[in-house]
Write a protein that binds this ligand. Structure first.
Ligand SMILES: Cc1cc2nc3c(=O)[nH]c(=O)nc-3n(C[C@H](O)[C@H](O)[C@H](O)COP(=O)(O)O)c2cc1C
Length: 191
């Protein structure tokens, strides 16, 4: 079974996008699609990094733990809020921290906003940065408008059937990329 890490990117007091991260964890587990862990940037409380991990002498244990978890994940699902059309500094901080850890990593993006557009303006900037760092961004979207109305604090959706239908399509694309990468990795390892 593949392993997926969900990066919950908002460190804001009263954040709502974390509810979406909880929903995805529940959805993936309920449907036995993968093992899954939330990497909560609010729990890590990383400082603003002064250098990339590979050039850092004596990195802290939690930085190494985070990097190790990205490496060990078959795929990553980033849940990001939209802040003024962009993604939060806490997320850029950890994207830029790593390098080889992102290489060919299937990464799906779910965007979250207060407004009706579901954070769709975040997609281009985050996709571009992940492409630059050589991640494999999954061509599927999961915009969440009015997050506070669609989920409760445990990640339970108000309309489970509708959300699960959308999640099925979205997660299927991530799993396809994971499977394709696993196949190619094993093929190359054998050649
Ligand atoms: C600095 C900042 C900027 C924001 N800009 C937007 C925006 O441009 N459009 C929007 O719909 N919501 C915007 N929001 C609201 C967030 O999208 C909303 O809080 C949502 O729940 C996701 O963020 P959260 O996980 O931090 O709660 C902004 C919130 C903050 C804190």
């Amino acid at each position: 079974m593949p392993h997926i890490s969900i990066i919950s990117s908002s460190v804001r007091t009263g954040r709502k996008s974390h509810w979406v991260a909880l929903y995805f964890k529940n959805y993936i587990e309920e449907n036995k699609l993968a093992t899954v862990e939330i990497l909560d940037l609010n729990e890590y409380q990383f400082p603003i990094f002064h250098e990339r991990l590979r050039f850092t002498e004596n990195p802290s244990a939690n930085v190494l733990e985070f990097a190790g978890k990205i490496t060990a994940s078959d795929g990553v699902l980033i849940v990001t809020p939209e802040y003024n059309g962009g993604y939060p500094a806490a997320l850029k901080n950890v994207v830029d921290l790593l390098y080889n850890e992102w290489h060919r990593k299937p990464v799906a993006i779910s965007t979250v906003s207060d407004g009706v557009f579901g954070g769709t303006q975040v997609i281009t900037s985050l996709q571009f940065t992940l492409w630059k760092i050589r991640a494999w961004t999954v061509p599927a979207m999961f915009p969440v408008p009015k997050a506070g109305e669609l989920f409760d604090a445990e990640g339970k959706p108000t309309d489970k059937a509708a959300l699960d239908k959308r999640a099925a399509t979205f997660i299927k694309e991530l799993l396809w990329c994971i499977e394709a990468k696993t196949y190619m990795d094993s093929k190359q390892a054998g050649s």
